[in-house]
Write a protein that binds this ligand. Structure first.
Ligand code: NDP
Ligand code: HSE
Length: 445
């Protein structure tokens, strides 16, 4: 049921790449449905790009395009502007200018929210604008809404999940198709999952950005990446995947946000982890993301959906555009986009950071060692010196003469002890390559 004379909300889109084209396409395609549901007409009217001559699968009239990004921030015709360029320089300049002009800005840019969230929210508050960023975490999963609205009554001692579609795609396809890491990065790029700078995905930084956003929303503290543990998936080999499978695990790149309410401290870690095969997250395929929020009132909740790619991300951006349109129409009330965004008001007692001695997990360790007498004993005594208790050892022939691969799992240890043990093992003359460490994640569901 379309409403013929519904108010028109004019939208400008900065960036017509994977996500921007999806937003333009679906706003057009589902325009009538959105109008019927929202009572306003959402009209994409202008877009900014870097290269005006580039051919794009989604056709947009040439007279709607500009290469002057900043002109959209100042355009009095636009009610909402979407920042879908990525990066932190021009994106930041554009966002701050639009907010200073009192505009509503919708963004999918997790790097910007993570690095400049405080400044962006403050500018929105002072300029009278609003900032929405649902698509910055979990692609099409409405996880920010779930955290901020559906679960607003809760405190969260544990939030964990798979937050990067590219890495999940690569790890699951390595396991299923035995393809090389490099080939899968290329395939993921073709599918529109990979960031312009692929190291953001592969080195765990994109997951870390998303975890920082969730950590802020849940606990009111912006953690810096250098205060966290951040590791990517580049060192995960087919051999690790096979060994993990033999032990009953799948390998996933996990973000884990823990909060100890007694000591009022939190920690965020991002790393590849062995997840027991029966668990929900172990079975996420391709670009799917999955997030588990454990609230003190609600208990455990799971959210699963496509975490990257054009359509899923466009769905999240359009949900923000819809919220923004309702705010503009005056039928929707919104919390101010400053620190009040975090669920718990923690400013009077800021949340501290857990020390590494209190970050506890069982571990998986792969060592490439000389295949000679006494090596296993050296490894066992190094682990014992750091009070890391070994749970299992598997020895396999490694490629190359007189080399063996040792796969160890440990009982619960802590980051401080295991790092010291690994440093010592890496220094042994019998250890031929840098040891590779992963965490085993066996959380209650
Ligand atoms: P793309 O690289 O596909 O698109 C970026 C767009 O921004 C292009 O249209 C490009 O123009 C434009 N652009 C970049 N720099 C400039 C500039 N200096 N001046 C004008 N235009 C510029 O990126 P995505 O669409 O994949 O990602 C966009 C944002 O969404 C990023 O922040 C990303 O992290 C985030 N995101 C992406 C997801 C995904 O699955 N792809 C999922 C969730 C979030 P031109 O086309 O002319 O080169
Ligand atoms: N590159 C990101 C990913 C896009 O693969 O998850 C979605 O944020």
């Amino acid at each position: 049921m379309a409403m013929g004379n519904a108010k028109a909300i004019k939208i400008g889109i900065c960036g017509l790449g994977v996500v921007g084209q999806g937003v333009w396409k679906h706003l057009r395609r589902n325009g009538k449905l959105l109008e019927a549901r929202l009572g306003v007409r959402l009209e994409p009217v202008r877009a900014a790009v870097r290269d005006l001559e580039k051919s794009r699968p989604v056709r947009i009239p040439r007279d709607r395009l500009t290469d002057d990004v900043m002109s959209l921030a100042r355009d009095p015709e636009l009610d909402i502007v979407c920042e879908l360029m990525g990066g932190s320089d021009l994106a930041r300049e554009f966002t701050l200018a639009a907010l200073e002009n009192g505009k509503v800005v919708v963004s999918a840019n997790k790097a910007l929210v993570c690095d400049h969230g405080r400044e962006v929210f403050e500018t929105a508050r002072l300029g009278g604008g609003h900032y929405f960023f649902e698509a910055s975490v979990g692609g099409g999963i409405p996880i920010i809404k779930a955290l901020r609205e559906g679960l607003v009554a809760n405190r969260f001692d544990l939030i964990y999940g798979v937050l990067n579609g590219t890495c999940n795609y690569i790890l699951t396809r390595m396991e299923a198709e035995n393809l090389s890491f490099e080939d899968l990065v290329k395939r993921a790029r073709k599918l529109g999952y990979v960031e312009a700078d692929e190291s953001l995905d592969l080195d765990g930084i994109d997951t870390a950005h998303k975890a920082v956003i969730l950590g802020f929303l849940a606990h009111g503290r912006w953690m810096r990446l250098d205060e966290m543990l951040v590791e990517g998936i580049r060192r995960v080999t087919l051999e690790d995947i096979r060994q993990a499978a033999g032990l009953g695990y799948s390998i996933k790149l996990l973000a884990v946000i823990t909060r100890d309410f007694e000591s009022n401290r939190m920690f965020i870690r991002v790393h590849p982890a062995l997840v027991p095969r029966g668990r929900v997250l172990a079975n996420l395929d391709g670009a799917y993301n999955g997030i588990c929020l454990s609230g003190d009132i609600v208990g455990t909740t799971f959210y699963i959906g496509k975490g990257a790619g054009q359509d899923a991300t466009a769905s999240a951006v359009i949900s923000d555009i819809a919220d923004a349109a309702l705010v503009i129409k005056g039928s929707h009330k919104l919390l101010l986009p400053d620190e009040a965004l975090s669920i718990h008001e923690e400013r009077s007692t800021p949340c501290g950071i857990l020390p590494l001695e209190e970050v506890v997990s069982p571990y998986y360790l792969r060592l490439t060692v000389k295949d000679e007498p006494g090596v296993l004993a050296q490894v066992a005594s190094a682990m014992a010196r750091h009070e890391v208790s070994i749970a299992s050892v598997v020895q396999r022939q490694a490629t190359g003469a007189d080399r063996a691969s040792l796969i160890l799992t440990t009982h619960d240890s802590n980051e401080y002890a295991i790092r010291r043990a690994v440093a010592e093992l890496g220094g042994l003359t019998s250890c031929l390559e840098e040891p590779f460490l992963m965490r085993i994640a066996d959380f209650d569901e």
